[in-house]
Design a protein around this ligand. Sequence first.
Ligand SMILES: *Cc1c(COP(=O)(O)O)cnc(C)c1O
Length: 360
Amino acid sequence: MKRIINFSAGPATLPLVVLEQVQAELLDWRGAGMSVMEMSHRDKEFISIAEDAEKNIRELYEIKDNYKVLFMQGGATAQFALVPLNLLRGKTSADYVVTGDWGKKAAKEAAKYGRVNIAASAQDGGFTHIPEVSSWKLDPDAAYLHLTTNETIHGVQFSVVPDVGEVPLVADMSSDILSRPLDVSRFGLIYGGAQKNIGPAGLTIVIVREDLIGDANPLTPGVFDYRGVADSDSMLNTPSCFAWYVSGLVFRWIKAEGGLEVIGERNRRKARCLYDYIDSQDFYRNPVAVPDRSIMNVPFTLADATLDAAFLAGSVEAGMRGLKGHRAVGGMRASIYNALPESGVATLVEYMKEFVRTRG
Ligand SMILES: *Cc1c(COP(=O)(O)O)cnc(C)c1O
């Protein structure tokens, strides 16, 4: 067996120990005589798996009792519609802060269901910074304010949770959920697809303050009404059982690693290692304002784009995959989620240095 260093933006690398546990339990989950894939979601075995996962994510984020944790389907993209459908609650408008392509997509989808006020956008600058909070044009009557804590494509991340007053803060955290400690009580709702930092694709985590749910637009599909999902413990219909199970193992892995303080510190070290090198020379470049740089996705360009293909081919030879940048930005992107080890980042930096020596 040869495992590569996987810098894919998503679906993305998972902790090896988790995959090994999945493998060990695959044919006969703890004496059940079947795999998790083959269990009824109503079986006591799966109920215990589901409850254990919820308990552990609650512990990791210290989620208070007035928040529901929902295990949904449809990805973050479904949430782009489900947030306005569930949270407009009779109001006509919502605020969106757009710091990259994902926030732009979220705002566009929301505009089908209500008025969208773009409170701030960094598009003019090519999505390379987060506009000053003092410059945001907030609507005091907005049903909520939506932002994307980490823009996966542009590598722009909020380093702190902005203070926006009373309006419920809604965050797409698809690519930085569980990457660092977080005060969940600052948010009305947090959502994220599992496939970046948590587990297999097919599961979407929604953490929502209970007083915000129960007044969905009547046209909201029943399976996507947060109230119904919450009341049925996310089993209104068949959930993404296997993804839920693997995600639960990842939550346990984070706890075993020392929790979010330790994981966050490690993620900062990994990012610093890469940015320090990028900033120390002229061949590679990252365009993002230093305070707003992502610790999860690090885009960088080569001084000579005609060398991109050679860089990528060489990286594969050196045991790395997934470094090709998003077409919207070009160049390279190293996604360095929780499960990407520090040694993997060190290998990448060594390879980058060697490439400059031989080809730069
Ligand atoms: C990947 C991603 C999405 C889209 O997620 P899907 O699960 O594919 O719908 C949305 N927002 C952010 C920030 C992402 O990184």
